[in-house]
Design a protein around this ligand. Sequence first.
Ligand SMILES: Cc1cc2nc3c(=O)[nH]c(=O)nc-3n(C[C@H](O)[C@H](O)[C@H](O)COP(=O)(O)O)c2cc1C
Length: 186
Amino acid sequence: MYNIPVILGSVREGRRSLAPAQYLVKKLQGLGHQSQLVDFKEMPLPFYNAPTVPVVYYKTAYPDPNVQRWSELARSAHGFIIVTPEYNHGYPAVLKNALDWLYLEFEHKAFGLVGVSNGSVAGARVIEQLRTVIENFGALAVRETVMLGPIDKYFDATGKLLDDALDKRVTGLIESVVWWLKKLQA
Ligand SMILES: Cc1cc2nc3c(=O)[nH]c(=O)nc-3n(C[C@H](O)[C@H](O)[C@H](O)COP(=O)(O)O)c2cc1C
């Protein structure tokens, strides 16, 4: 069993990505994995403002207590699932900033990607952009993805699940992450 936190890419008031992220956490736990929501609304990070690169702080301590918390959380993870909206065909600044703060914490780990959108392209562009970022960590984004667009088809505004077929897709994504985690740790 693995520790697979779910990173939420939106801190917006009324964010629709919250429901699928919470769903993923519950699903992972139900499958016997350890998981928690990583929510930068609850754990705000400064915009990257350190005088040097993050690897320097990895061995000592980060200059900000929330970044230190984020580092410890990421360090103890085997892999990650990112649930994120697409903003202007790319990743939200808050998500990229959180990824920029760390580096070695992600090395040789596997990421599953879930895109959220109110449109029919369903976050496909943000998912593809994140692959190149994740690759730079010496990490791997698994081929399988879950794209939730339009989000209204899958969860209503109160967070209620509307499509039972989502369970199979989410299970497939988790299975793929776990498959890679086994390979990476072999
Ligand atoms: C700043 C901003 C930019 C957006 N750009 C896109 C976009 O490029 N593609 C898209 O499909 N949806 C876009 N949307 C709409 C989002 O898909 C929609 O608001 C979704 O609910 C965002 O997720 P969130 O509610 O978790 O923040 C954008 C929304 C915002 C706030």
